[in-house]
Design a protein around this ligand. Structure first.
Ligand SMILES: Cc1cc2nc3c(=O)[nH]c(=O)nc-3n(C[C@H](O)[C@H](O)[C@H](O)COP(=O)(O)OP(=O)(O)OC[C@H]3O[C@@H](n4cnc5c(N)ncnc54)[C@H](O)[C@@H]3O)c2cc1C
Length: 461
């Protein structure tokens, strides 16, 4: 407690005192993230709203002095416990570092602070006819810093890649306060090690992203979304393969199972067809003159693959309605029980039907409801399980089911996360899919970058 008092005093002395939160209510509000951890093991010692690089450095100086963890926090929407405060420490909040510093239409780049909201950046660059494709479903709130640290993806990853593919330069404050520039303002860079890639997906454990330069691409002129319903999951998944075999390159190849369709429709009525077993959400984009051409080919493949109903967007309202429905699945699922968990297993696409069927069978075996959505074009699924954490038996069944799902994923040659990360929730399972030598190198990198183990300690492994 004495150390804690000194720590707060020092932070308040070195920073704007109003930007340092210390009451129990304030600290409680920042102990958790959207992972919905069952228990909060520790509150942070303080929450600091940083405003610039110098303030980040000051916090690190204090943290090193007191050997206190520093946990970066964007919007706190990661779903793996990546910014939960297991070991107390100082939460760095970036909501006051939320400026778009530059949009450069000639170079097609944007330079931003970490607290910029992904959806805000997308809207701003679109004013210049540019496009920032990474689109985590909660892009209306999640931040660039958080999405870099989690290597976030989204529905458009199938065609455009994920956050990893758009970061060309980072300004990183290291654990000792040193500031590192990892890349350059150029689209290509073959000059030495690709240090930037180490920070992308590192969940705030290796360095603090203070600024990012992101690659932009020309905004597609037009887009259309098609929603196709099937009477079996297998038919839906085989339609995905049929589309790809025809060398059509949709922006998204997303999936909702019957439970997801019905749950969304129950809480957010969107005109979805609730009697169907599965639906695909397929978006095509490009020049206006090519949209209906692509749509017609996709629709003809879907019909051949046994689609029992097909809807598509003719207006912006239709487009938004379909995507809002798909993006609302976790919110809808959360209304079924007091808590909800989501997951993010990914396998080579050829193994997808086995993963979908297997996951459903595991949930049935343990008496758990599951709403399944996913970016099936990438081979990834997000099983969303509503649960009541107060029910000890249900919680134990969930733990067993999760363990079996990860075993199944590993058996199918997959990996535990394609876009959500590891955090603390999946930490016990990482050795199932990452080999011991690789994990050992990861630990050595962590030790080199952060010898005092103050940056989001004990996350990932
Ligand atoms: C409803 C819902 C839907 C979602 N859909 C998707 C989806 O489709 N695709 C997808 O990939 N994810 C998805 N997610 C997960 C979530 O969107 C991503 O993990 C997100 O990008 C996290 O952003 P954030 O700002 O909330 O970060 P936070 O949760 O605040 O932080 C995430 C990690 O980043 C670190 N961090 C934050 N800022 C910095 C910084 N400046 N420097 C270093 N480290 C930092 C934190 O310490 C933490 O480890 C979804 C989550 C929800 C709740």
């Amino acid at each position: 407690m004495l150390t804690n008092n000194k720590l707060i005093k020092e932070l308040k002395k070195n920073l704007t005192p109003d930007n340092v939160l210390e009451t129990i209510e304030e600290r409680y509000a920042y102990a958790q993230d959207a992972s919905n951890l069952r228990t909060i093991s520790n509150l942070p010692d303080a929450v600091v709203f940083v405003q610039n690089i110098e303030e980040i450095q000051k916090v690190l100086k204090t943290a090193n002095k007191y050997k206190t963890p520093v946990i970066c926090r964007g919007a706190g929407t990661n779903v793996v416990g990546a910014c939960s405060t297991e070991h107390g420490g100082i939460v760095l909040n970036f909501s006051k570092m939320n400026k778009i510093l530059e949009i450069n239409p000639e170079n097609m780049t944007a330079r931003v602070q970490p607290g910029v909201v992904v959806g805000t950046l997308q809207k701003e660059v679109e004013k210049y006819g540019l496009y920032y494709p990474p689109d985590p479903s909660n892009l209306a709130v999640s931040t660039i810093g958080g999405s870099i640290a989690q290597a976030s993806g989204g529905a458009r990853t199938f065609k455009y890649g994920s956050t990893k593919d758009y970061v060309i330069d980072l300004l990183v404050v290291m654990a000792d306060g040193e500031v590192l520039r990892t890349g350059s303002n150029t689209i290509k860079n073959a000059t030495g090690y690709n240090l930037g890639s180490l920070f992308i997906g590192s969940e705030g454990t290796l360095g603090i992203v203070a600024e990012a330069v992101l690659k932009l691409i020309p905004q597609p002129e037009a887009k259309k979304v098609i929603m196709a319903y099937f009477d079996t999951i297998d038919a839906a998944v085989s339609a995905v393969n049929a589309i790809i075999e025809q060398r059509i390159y949709p922006t998204t190849l997303d999936f909702m199972d019957k439970n997801a369709i019905q749950t969304v429709e129950k809480f957010y009525p969107s005109g979805l067809l609730c009697d169907k077993d599965a639906a695909l959400v397929i978006e095509v984009d490009g020049f206006s003159c090519a949209i209906d051409y692509q749509k017609d080919i996709v629709v003809s493949i879907l019909n051949k693959c046994g689609a029992s109903a097909i809807q598509y967007s003719d207006t912006d309202e239709d487009y938004d309605r379909i995507w809002t429905a798909r993006r609302s699945s976790m919110g809808a699922c959360a209304k079924l029980k007091p808590n909800v968990t989501t997951d993010d297993m990914i396998v080579p696409r050829s193994k997808l039907p086995e993963l979908v069927r297997g996951t459903r069978a595991i949930c049935e075996k343990y008496g758990l409801d599951v709403c399944m959505v996913g970016h099936v074009g990438d081979g990834s699924i997000h099983p969303q399980i509503p649960i009541d954490y107060r029910d000890e038996d249900e919680y134990n069944r969930l733990k067993q089911a999760k363990s079996e799902m990860y075993e199944l994923t590993a058996r199918l040659g997959g990996i535990l996360s394609g876009e959500h990360g590891v955090g603390s929730l999946k930490r016990p399972y990482i050795a199932q899919v990452v080999n011991a030598e690789a994990l050992n190198y990861m630990r050595k990198i962590k030790k080199t970058f952060d010898p005092n183990n103050i940056l989001n300690p004990y996350k990932i492994f």
